[in-house]
Design a protein around this ligand. Structure first.
Ligand code: ATP
Ligand code: MG
Length: 444
């Protein structure tokens, strides 16, 4: 029998007690993206397989080894998205968004699917945050894209991330480079893995990205694209670097970065950390001037990056970066007896209308257990409604941290107002006590 209580290999559940961590980082992504003028794009979790074959490239590891592809009942070949760029570009084209005025700026938060060997920082279902900017060839856009990623890491207080940049040129200058690269790898033809033997004639640059130990060893001394850049690409790269210098973003030039997807041109970059083991790249991106045309659109130079959320969280954990825990309960309303439950329910409803977090007992527990629960959810205030309180239409509300009690009306109309007054009064009292203690300590 299938194991229905076990998640599939390489996937992760995000449980209620820890989901606030994801929400926290996701909020920061969205806020930062918006401050750069980006708006969210949402596209389907699956696309026609041909999109990724064309967009990501049919000699890449992703397409050759990692895609979740299946045939539908209607006979169509469908693939779960392995990344976010191709789907976003497809949607852009399909809806003619580029007629809206350039540049177009879009960000996304997506789940991605790759059939990989699961290990720390490498999953089969993982999540990416990404930003894409369509319709600019200007080097300022490259620098701005990098600075958007950098500002996210800064907001999250991540330390010791190394920004590595490189240029992998354009169609024009790559022709010369491919010749040199093919000549180099030809010498080791028999030692290359089978996939790379095939890549040798079709796309030699992909060999540089192969994860097999033999291929990566051979790649170490391969010629690098930087030495083959045409004047235009050279100038572009120099400009990107000078813009980064202008805003004091530190980087190192790593001529070995090629990125794992075919669509990249000119600037490529990665943010790398030594705190999370072998899967050290948290974020990768670059320019993809040819992608939109490759997908059947007009010439539209564009660029973007994607950040792996699971790897980011691993890194934050490794660096002991604290993520603010969610707001605790403001008020727990205990109840004894049917009338009291109705009252508790209606008061909680009033409070929640003001977007304040309130709870009452929905399990039907005894009063002691109710109060234990109030402790567990760290309620700031609690009150108990019984027969007496219903009769008097008032109750005692207790500050849970110091036990101070206040009388409060149980009128639906007055309750919220009085509760707010009590909270303010209590805070004042706390401040006063603190000041007095300070004064006494000074005198003493
Ligand atoms: P790697 O070299 O680690 O396989 P990649 O080049 O395949 O990475 P990209 O396609 O550039 O990765 O994806 C961007 C980011 O998404 C990566 O930098 C990483 O943080 C994250 N990522 C990629 N694949 C996975 C995965 N299988 N599990 C978790 N995160 C991933
Ligand atoms: Mg990969």
């Amino acid at each position: 029998m299938a194991l229905i209580t076990k998640k599939p290999k390489g996937t992760e559940d995000v449980l209620p007690k820890e989901s606030y961590k994801r929400q926290f980082v996701e909020n920061i992504f969205c806020e930062e993206a918006k401050s750069f003028g980006y708006k969210e794009i949402r596209t389907p979790v699956f696309e026609n397989t041909a999109l990724f074959e064309r967009g990501v490239g049919d000699t890449t590891d992703v397409v050759q080894k990692e895609m979740y592809t299946f045939t539908t009942k209607g006979g169509d070949s469908i693939t779960l998205r392995p990344e976010g760029t191709a789907g976003a570009a497809r949607a852009m084209l399909e809806h003619g968004i580029y007629n809206d005025g350039l540049p177009i700026k879009a960000y996304y938060l997506v789940s991605c699917y790759r059939y990989e060997k699961p290990q720390a920082g490498r999953l089969r279902e993982f999540h990416q945050f990404g930003m894409e900017c369509y319709g600019t060839a200007c080097a300022a856009a490259d620098a701005e894209m990098i600075s958007a990623a950098a500002s996210i890491f800064e907001r999250l207080q991540i330390r010791d991330l190394e920004l590595q940049i490189n240029s992998i040129g354009c169609k024009k200058c790559r022709a010369e480079y491919y010749k040199a690269l093919t000549a180099y790898f030809e010498q080791y033809k028999d030692e290359l893995c089978d996939t790379c033997k095939d890549r040798l004639n079709r796309n030699p640059m992909r060999i540089l990205d192969c994860k097999s130990p033999v291929c990566s060893e051979i790649s170490k001394n391969a010629p690098v694209m930087l030495d083959y850049l045409c004047d235009e690409c050279k100038e572009h790269f120099e400009k990107v670097k000078s813009y980064l210098d202008a805003v004091k973003i530190e980087y190192i030039v790593n001529p070995k970065i090629v990125r794992g997807l075919d669509y990249y041109t000119k600037t490529v970059f990665e943010f790398v950390s030594s705190d999370i083991g072998a899967q050290s790249t948290v974020c990768g991106g670059g320019r993809y001037d040819g992608l939109i045309e490759e997908l059947g659109g007009q010439n539209m130079p564009s660029l973007g990056f994607a950040l792996g959320i699971e790897r980011l969280l691993l890194l934050m954990e490794a660096q002991n970066i604290e993520i603010p825990t969610p707001q605790n309960c403001e008020i727990f309303i205990g109840a004894m007896g049917d009338e009291a439950y109705k009252k508790a329910f209606s008061l909680a409803t009033q409070i929640r209308k003001a977007s304040v977090y309130a709870e009452f007992d929905v399990v039907g527990r005894g009063l002691r257990a109710q109060m234990k629960y109030a402790d567990k959810i760290k309620a700031a205030y609690s009150l108990v409604i019984g027969e007496n309180e219903i009769k008097e239409n008032k109750a005692l509300i207790k500050n849970m941290s110091d036990g101070t009690q206040y009388e409060i009306s149980l009128d639906d109309e007055n309750f919220m107002h009085e509760f707010m007054e009590i909270k303010i009064k209590h805070e004042f009292m706390e401040i006063k006590i603190k000041e007095e203690t300070k004064a006494i300590t000074k005198e003493g």
